[in-house]
Design a protein around this ligand. Sequence first.
Ligand code: GDP
Length: 643
Amino acid sequence: MNITELARRLKITPNELKDELPKLGFHIGPRAIQIPDKQARQVIDLYRQKKEKEQALEKAKKKIVQKKEKEEEKEKKEEKIVRISSTIQVYKLAEKLNLPVVTVMNELIKNGVLSSVNENLDYEIAAIVAQNLGFSVEKGEEEEKETGTLVKQKFQQALKSTDKKELRPRAPVVVVMGHVDHGKSSILSAIREIDMISREKGGITQHIGAYSVTKNDHEVTFIDTPGHEAFESMRARGGEVADIATLVISADDKIQPQTLESIKVIQNEGLPFIVAINKIDKPDADVEKIKKELSEINLTPEDWGGKVITIPVSAKTKQGIEDLLEMINLVAEMHKDTLVTNPNGTLIGTVIESYLDHGYGPVATLILYNGTLRRGENVIIDSSYGRIRSIKDQWGKSLESVGASMPVQIFGLKNVPQVGDIVEVVKNNREFKKRIKQIRISAPAIESSQEKEVSKVPQLKVIVRADVLGSLEAIIHSLEKLEHPEVKIKVVKKGLANITESDVDLSQAAHAWIIGFGVDIGASAKQLAHELRLKISLYSVIYDLIQEVKQEINKLLPEEVEEEELGKVEILKVFQHKGKETIAGGKVVHGKVIKNVLARVWAEGGQELKGEGEISQLQVNKRDVDEVKEGSECGMKFVGNVD
Ligand code: GDP
């Protein structure tokens, strides 16, 4: 076979063939122009085998490279994948994303969520925030349980590094939780009354958001948050700051959604708890039925062979209330290892209530876990700061200093801190000034991005005023929950204390509705609102507030269109079709046809929609008419898009 022929068969040049032949084990002279046929066939076989091998190798290499590239890509993606469990606190989310808390908070505001650093976000909102910040989100397992809030974690850390000899016992902080109307507030009042009687001297207690009682020489602090449905967020927070929970279930009712919600908070926080079965004075009270229901959700009462402590009580007759207090003492005794504090340690405490008082300025109720707070000290409370002018207990008595668990009000702050904020004492003056600057810089950044928010859907604008910050937050939280896909609620201003003239001015300018909760209207503001005919609504029951907001939302919903079929016309002939106008003749086969009504055009059989428009003209025998009845023929001008 000619060398050139062989090269052609192998699809290479003769020169390439001459290079290949020795590699395949054939040695022919440089000038040879032919090789024997037998050898040529061997060359062809060997060369093909070699090529196949090379190709296979190449393919394998490619595969490896591709796989590597894919892995690298995946790794890159994984770097940006975050796993988020069903709830996550704002600061935790920031930690996860490795971003400053302010960035996360700004993103939340863009999505209409105003939250504090400690606030728990649902998975849905946390995922949106993370995605908007460029992360892929996966729903993860529940976080390794680091129970409690930032403040509790800080406290636990502080305790770890404390010499055991420094530790002293601390009164338990108790939260009362449960479904609306099951008697939380009544139980809190009953406890307070019993305590006042036992103190003999009576004395007027101030409502500061928490109070301390003494039973058999043991002190117990109760968080006294309002008990209504809308205060869910506050109650959850109560759970976050408390050491022990009391779950109230009414003996004449059953386990209700908020009972389950409270149980979830209790379990999430890992709180020891007692179930108070209330209203046993009522004729239809059935304590055993409640115990049965508890067993059914794996909370089997002690006397049913389980571990859950239940106490039948009546807030009305006060039967069992003393037992409840004794039981709380017992549970505290069981958990005395954690109910400790170092009075000389780092100050760790949190705000449980705050408001603006016209005479005193910003007032905050604190509960400390660690350390001692003294009058005259400089404090930083997340977004607020100040030098403590005075410390008062629940009887309004001034104190020089306060330690763990005793709720106190502090005065002297520059602005109202948020519920849940963490209190720090900064002893060094220079450090204090530096920290104040940081607070001032970070605050406006949040506001400006809030302003940027624009919305296309109809808005219900509101100005909300409430008596205390806790209520205000709870109302805002509930309003957010109410939001309808077709109506947005926009809080144009929120504030504490009575409704002012400037609120009325803003209401006029922004077309916002003023909502007051537990507040009043100043006389001049009232006059102005009356003159401007502006709507101001005052509420003392949050349920009413929410109901009315719901009604307002409904008013803003786009009107629903109801269709009524008048009749059908069969088109017999199309005379003219120009642009949007079609002139046709037809017969009314059913009902009637009226001038200026809307019409749909269907293809024969009524399966395929051809167009929609209006019948703008009707004629019978070339005479204009307004209506044509079944059975008659007519001419029509149809205006609309039709195929
Ligand atoms: P909360 O919403 O859980 O705080 O419930 P409240 O304390 O406001 O009580 C709701 C209603 O139940 C009020 O009308 C109370 O007077 C009533 N109530 C609360 N405790 C008792 C009780 O032990 N016996 C009776 N008969 N009524 C009670």
